[in-house]
Design a protein around this ligand. Structure first.
Ligand code: ASP
Ligand code: MG
Length: 498
């Protein structure tokens, strides 16, 4: 009998699962369930996965701390095996299949231990060796997940992205060659997809033209999923995490935080830049360029629609979307009445800080040009002050610059929302709310895109600032997405009833 085409069935979906989604037997069971239920709805389904939560950290610790003792990294190697074996025991009932997978994982673990031994002899781990070790977590995970899917009757095959993504040799933070990678990805995945098999692909890892393993930077699995999505191209990329999408604030800090139903790429970039760990910041560009839909959703609450990310938002219901915070900073100020006439002070200050490898999440200059001020990580502050003092020794001697000094610890509270652009009075509301709560604002910066306003407040005021500003966000009544989701759910139930 000819199958009735499912009106919801579309072409190609890439699903990416983060570390917590695959970190325990219960979590991976949930992933298997999600993939199995989504499979019939798509012509092509590709899974990208991170390593089990904590495994990349463990691997990096092993290779960095080899000097400590051989016993330690042998114990770590055993823990690595144990984490994977616990999942294999729970999800792969067939003994032969389980033994085969654990055999491969054991081999990978053995190779890590050997590499660590070599590092112990050399006394130093090169970035290239670090990547060879760090990439092992994903390589183990894809084997486990593919076998778990097979055990549930889903045709799936482990694929290493070393065969799909080509990068330069900037180990630990490699840069992909998009054109080559897109070709390799299409070629690598097409045969599996043609057979209706689900490729289970390693996130995070890639390789150089010489075939050496590289990684795309910590948290890079999201980026891998975006690259694979753009290559195919996919209709959609769904990023599965352990919260209900992009939240209005960190739910650990704000109890009544809720999901942002729709968020523009610009807004989410701003959130990611200011500390919200929603998406790896590099994820967005390939997806925008390929016109692919992006959704962030929850492995542990898969019926929740999560957050849909869109290129442009037409109409904004609430002007403020989300609040995020960065802690552990201090503000370094360079000031002096003579600065007005001295060209290039800001450029030289930036250059000095950049040479220290310190990131500057926020920078302001007073319009009188008599002071400029940088937020820098608290731990780097003394060095920054020392180096700036050296850089401007001449100006300080001539009294053009009076001083270079740092505040006590501060935090940045960033209010994000593209709707702020067209709505006058938002900053009035923000300052009013902070004033009523007795929060002193030390410095302000607004991006020229007007998608965010960042406020620097004392460390002791961060929590209060976050709470009162979060109260300014309008809770959507019933969002458009929720309605779509509900009709979609009803459709599913009908399908099940058949
Ligand atoms: N496993 C890698 C990490 O921990 C990549 C990722 O999780 O996205 O950084
Ligand atoms: Mg992640």
């Amino acid at each position: 009998m000819a199958a009735i085409p499912d009106p919801l069935s579309r072409h190609t979906l890439v699903m990416k699962f983060g570390g917590t989604s695959v970190g325990t037997p219960a979590a991976m069971t949930q992933v298997v369930r999600i993939v199995r239920s989504e499979k019939p709805r798509w012509q092509n389904l590709v899974v990208v996965t991170s390593a089990l939560s904590g495994v990349t950290d463990l691997l990096l610790r092993m290779v960095r701390d080899v000097a400590v003792s051989e016993e330690t990294f042998r114990a770590d190697g055993a823990e690595l095996l144990q984490r994977h074996a616990a999942i294999a025991d729970a999800l792969i009932p067939d003994a032969d299949r389980r033994r085969a997978v654990m055999g491969e994982i054991g081999e990978l673990a053995g190779r890590v231990v050997n590499l660590c031994q070599a590092v112990a002899v050399l006394g130093e781990a090169t970035p290239r060796v670090m990547d060879a070790v760090a990439s092992t977590g994903e390589r183990m995970c894809v084997r486990l997940l593919a076998a778990a899917l097979n055990s549930e009757g889903v045709a799936a095959e482990a694929v290493e992205a070393t065969q799909l993504i080509r990068t330069d040799d900037h180990y630990t933070d490699a840069h992909p060659d998009l054109e080559t990678s897109y070709g390799m990805t299409r070629q690598g995945l097409a045969p599996l997809l043609a057979h209706g098999s689900v490729p289970v692909v390693t996130g995070f890892i890639a390789s150089t033209a010489q075939g050496n393993v590289t990684t795309l930077g910590r948290g890079g699995s999201d980026y891998s999923a975006a690259l694979i999505g753009a290559a195919l191209p996919a209709d959609d990329v769904w990023i599965y995490t352990d919260v209900d999408g992009v939240m209005t604030a960190d739910p650990r800090l704000v109890a009544d935080a809720f999901t942002v139903p729709v968020c523009s790429y610009r807004e989410v970039s701003e959130l990611a830049f200011y500390g919200a760990k929603v998406l790896h910041p590099k994820t967005i560009r390939p997806v925008i360029e390929a016109g692919i839909g992006l959704r962030v959703c929850n492995t542990f609450n898969p019926d929740h629609p999560g957050t849909r990310l869109v290129a442009e938002l037409e109409q904004q219901r609430g002007v403020i979307k989300a609040i995020t915070t960065v802690r552990d900073l201090r503000l370094v100020t360079v000031e002096g009445r003579g600065m007005l006439g001295v060209p290039g002070v800001a450029a030289r200050a930036f250059e000095t800080i950049a040479r220290l490898g310190t990131s500057v999440p926020l920078f302001t200059q007073s319009s009188s040009e008599q002071s400029i001020c940088f937020a820098v990580p608290a731990g780097a502050t003394d060095r920054v002050v020392e180096k700036l003092t050296e850089t401007f020794a001449h100006e300080i001697y001539h009294r053009d610059i009076d001083s270079v000094w740092a505040t006590d610890e501060v935090g940045i509270v960033t209010v994000v929302g593209a709707g702020m652009k067209s709505t006058p009075g938002v900053s009035g509301r923000i300052f009013n709310a902070l004033g009523m709560a007795d929060v002193n604002v030390i410095a302000i910066a607004q991006g020229s895109s007007e998608v965010s306003i960042s406020l620097v407040v004392g460390a002791a005021d961060i929590k209060t600032a976050l709470r009162v500003l979060h109260a300014l966000i309008l809770r959507p009544e019933k969002s458009h997405d929720q309605e779509i989701h509900e009709s979609h759910e009803n459709g599913k139930r009908e399908n099940e009833d058949r």
